[in-house]
Design a protein around this ligand. Structure first.
Ligand SMILES: Cc1ncc(COP(=O)(O)O)c(C=O)c1O
Length: 392
């Protein structure tokens, strides 16, 4: 990537903007879903500065109030009953914590969805359904099964064969899988099937949570309550890496009984928790979730309109919920071409790790109208040039 982009380096950021070493400024509609509050939100930066001056890392011997306050703030927004917050340092570690907790309950048969993405550490990779990333590291966790995403009947079959020993992990909308939005009712059916067959349910909201879909959580759309909810990316406030596995009391019981069963030196550090606490408080104060819903609807409509002349020839589908938008192309090559054309014109977007024909937009909720206009005009230009290249 470095070579393709001419060795350009990113050195500074604020709000929706990233600055490069050669003096350019790019509008960041990428960031793999991290920057719902933009880069370096002042409230998060101030909280982290204060924490650095006070007590950035803890002894892990005494009680530590910042982790407690961050857990309380987060749990105030998770679905009822999901109150046990286990902070970790990355999304993949949140998946690891969930998989280990499931195993502690004897739920050793893991059911994941095709094109699902849950991280790349060994356990998480076992449920990240992409052979490109898995093949060099086989064998991974035994007894993992993939079912079709959005297909409750397929899940039912898998669970019927694994009664009382399965754990299901699923995203409310597949992000890296190419912004796949299941039919309404899917999560309700998944939850009911898990109850029927005695499976634990882990909903991975690392990308979809914290307002990304225009609701606090993807599960809010159907009011379902999983046994574990995974949170990451935006929890950082765009400042300090932090993620969490949030569980019900019942699900968390093995870790409650023995807190040393699953530990990490830097997990729940005061500096990371200061960022998480400030991120949640900022979202409350700035009504980020409602903003994401409003802005997301405008962006989806605008992208659809901009892509309309290229439908069928180049663009197969435009879909999204909140601030997670995918443009599916008829050919894989168009994604790379458009990405480079956009970057050349000052707009940053992402491809999708598990779906090579889908370009993904994950803009922050703090985009001003002028920046939005710039985005649409740049997209129109870049599409025009890409379509010409592809035709030639
Ligand atoms: C749904 C989902 N789960 C897990 C992860 C892994 O998170 P991390 O890259 O922080 O390990 C990601 C990252 O893209 C993700 O989108």
């Amino acid at each position: 990537m470095g070579r393709v982009l001419g060795g350009m380096a990113e050195v500074r950021s604020e709000g929706p903007w990233i600055h490069t070493d050669d003096g350019r400024r790019l509008l960041d509609f990428g960031g793999y879903g991290v920057f719902i509050l933009g880069h370096r939100h002042p409230a998060v930066v101030a909280a982290v500065h204060r924490q650095i001056d006070l007590h950035p890392l803890a002894s892990r011997v005494f009680l530590e109030p910042v982790a407690a306050r961050a857990a309380q703030a987060l749990a105030a927004h998770t679905p009822p009953g999901l109150d046990f917050v286990h902070f970790v340092n990355s999304g993949a570690e949140a998946t690891e914590a969930a998989l280990k907790l499931a195993r502690a309950h004897g739920r050793n048969a893991i059911v994941t969805t095709r094109k699902g993405f849950h991280g790349k550490t060994l356990g998480a990779l076992s449920v990240t359904a992409n052979t490109t990333y898995q093949a060099p590291f086989q064998p991974l966790l035994p007894d993992t099964t993939q079912v079709a995403y959005g297909d409750a009947a397929d899940l039912k079959q898998a669970l019927a064969a694994r009664r009382d020993r399965a754990c299901v992990i699923v995203e409310p909308v597949q992000g890296e899988g190419g912004v796949h939005i299941p039919e309404p009712g899917y999560l309700t059916e998944v939850t009911a099937l898990c109850r029927e067959f005695g499976a634990l349910l882990v909903v991975d909201e690392i990308q979809t949570g914290l307002g990304r879909l225009g609701t606090w959580w993807g599960v809010d759309a159907e009011g379902v309550r999983p046994d574990m909810l995974l949170v990451g990316k935006g929890l950082s406030g765009g400042v300090v890496p932090v993620a969490a596995m949030v569980a019900t009391a019942e699900a968390y019981a093995p870790f409650s009984r023995d807190p040393y069963l699953h530990t990490s030196t830097f997990g729940a550090s005061p500096i990371a928790c200061a960022a998480a606490l400030a991120a949640v408080r900022t979202m409350e104060r700035e009504d980020t979730v409602a903003r994401a819903a409003g802005l997301g609807a405008r962006i989806l409509a605008g992208v659809r309109e901009t892509c309309a002349p290229y439908r069928e020839i180049l663009v197969q589908d435009v879909r999204g919920r909140g601030l997670l938008v995918g443009i599916e192309f008829t050919e894989e090559r168009a994604v790379g071409e458009l990405l480079l054309e956009l970057i050349a014109r000052g707009v940053l977007v992402n491809h999708s790790l598990n779906s090579t024909r889908v370009l993904r937009l994950t803009p922050p909720a703090v985009v001003e109208d002028t920046a939005l206009d710039l985005f649409f005009s740049t997209l129109a230009e870049a599409l025009h040039v890409t379509a010409a290249h592809m035709a030639g």
